[in-house]
Ligand binder design. Structure first.
Ligand code: F0G
Length: 460
């Protein structure tokens, strides 16, 4: 039997927000109006929203108190210095440049470093890093190990990069064409799986030997550090802060979307050591985001990040956070729902093609599952499969599907309790029992890029 223990929330609830109740009939109507696309459903018609863990965190009383101390001066507001101090204490780099969210940090970094024809290796790029590289004519290359694509392999660090491949890739392309190497922690596009300290150290050594800058995409660094503490030899006695500091000591800089592990609703930054590069990034920032002491954020937002970054390192919180995901996983396992193993840091990734074996890939089983889950249970999840990632063969227009056909159940931080998650698990188990009724889909309208946000479907 799977080990199902209730993960107790290490906080009590001071402010509540009612959740909407809808009838099945109402949801059927809403789906029809939305062209069977859950991105087009109003959020207040969703009972449990697992679309993303980004920007959806509940802030603490300490963070809300900090927001009242917002200093909204254009230049040099006090909250910037608190923000800078938090980032420096954890990351240890000389320069801290705030941005309104992660992709803005990526944009100024890649705009400055990437030229047409360059390559940027990563374990697996998130869509926005990929897009920000490709829009400049660069090529985003994924070099995760094989285990990242094997949903049943119980590897403790499936986010790891294949360092031998990285070395061979750099030798083949030449270091002049590789302006930086990135490492995404945890590896969101590969199941939210962590990267080991050993792998970080080895990838860093390859880059340092050749003088190639090594940067983190650090959105979920605290969850990654927690997994290192629990799973990697030699780290059990270290604090999360010490582990994070060691991770970043191997790098030259990082971009971060604070909307994840900094427990805020908006914010991000780039942090790095190189003075010349920092100067260029600040100039790019002034053009698109704002003066370097606010970078597209209000003073109160900077304060919330300053406090949230420190709260995100709290071990009791991280223990609960990862236990919550494991708890949802154990309930699904007990009910026979197939998903990527082991459970990662922020989400469960359901294997939709196994869940709905009667729906072929070209009828989008993962998308069909998100529709069924909303229709039957008012739960919103996100498809990470054929609709989001299929590439079209240029000559024939035939779709080439990604290796995995997934539905991600991303759990917002400090928002839902164990009973909410039990409801999600029960809904999926019930859906599994009635899966024959779920129908595949065809696309009736789509845009030429990022089609998942706007496409419309009909059931077959
Ligand atoms: N890098 C990773 C690994 C991410 O997961 C995200 C966002 C970003 C960068 C971009 O950050 O949204 O602040 O601009 N991921 C969200 C998600 C949207 O749902 O996984 P952003």
């Amino acid at each position: 039997m799977p080990d199902v223990k209730t993960p107790m929330e290490p906080f009590r609830i001071k402010v509540v927000e009612p959740i909407a109740l809808t009838t099945r009939k109402e949801r059927e109507e809403l789906l029809k109006g939305a062209g069977l696309n859950i991105f087009r459903i109003p959020a207040d018609k969703v009972m449990i929203d697992l679309l993303t863990d980004s920007g959806t965190s509940a802030m603490s009383d300490n963070q809300w108190a900090g927001m009242m101390l917002g200093d909204e001066s254009y230049a040099g507001c006090r909250n910037f210095f608190n923000f800078e101090a938090s980032v420096k204490d954890i990351f240890g780099f000389a320069h801290v440049i705030p941005t309104h969210q992660g992709r803005a940090a990526e944009r100024i970094l890649f705009e400055t470093l990437v030229r047409k024809g360059d390559y940027v290796p990563n374990n697996i790029h998130f869509d926005t890093t990929r897009a920000n590289i490709e829009v400049r004519g660069g090529r985003a290359v994924d070099l995760a190990g094989r285990a990242a694509y094997e949903p049943d392999t119980p590897h403790p660090f499936k986010g790891d990069m294949d360092v031998a491949k990285l070395k061979a890739f750099i030798e083949a392309k030449g270091k002049a064409r590789i302006p930086l190497v990135m490492m995404t922690v945890t590896n969101n596009s590969g199941g939210g799986q962590p990267v080991s300290m050993k792998n970080i150290r080895e990838a860093s050594q390859v880059c340092r030997r050749l003088g190639i800058p090594f940067f983190f995409d650090a959105c979920r660094f605290a969850e990654n550090a927690y997994f290192i503490k629990k799973r990697e030899k030699g780290y059990a006695g270290k604090s999360i802060l010490e582990i994070a500091q060691e991770m970043f000591s191997y790098a030259d800089g990082a971009t971060m979307s604070a909307k994840k592990d900094a427990l805020v609703n908006i914010g991000g930054f780039v942090t790095l050591d190189d003075d010349t590069l920092a100067e260029k990034l600040k100039n790019a920032l002034i053009l698109g985001e704002g003066f370097p002491t606010y970078g597209g954020l209000a003073g109160r937002d900077l304060e919330a990040v300053a406090r949230g970054l420190r709260e995100g390192l709290d071990e009791r919180y991280l223990e609960h956070r990862t236990a919550q995901i494991a708890y949802l996983g154990a309930l699904l396992e007990a009910g026979g729902v197939p998903f990527v193993k082991p459970t990662g840091g922020h989400a469960i990734y359901v294997l939709a093609d196994r869940f709905l074996p009667h729906i072929p890939r070209h009828h989008y089983p993962a998308w069909a599952l998100t529709i069924a889950l909303y229709r039957e249970a008012a739960v919103r999840a996100v498809e990470i499969g054929g609709v989001m990632f299929a590439r079209k063969e240029p000559r024939t227009g035939k779709e080439i599907f990604p290796e995995l056909e997934l539905v991600r159940l991303a759990v917002p931080r400090r928002v839902y309790t164990a009973s909410h998650l039990a409801y999600v698990a029960e809904s999926l188990v019930e859906l599994l029992a009635n899966r024959d009724k779920v129908r595949g889909l065809r696309i009736v309208r789509e845009s030429p890029f990022l089609r998942h946000f706007t496409a419309r479907f009909e059931e077959i």
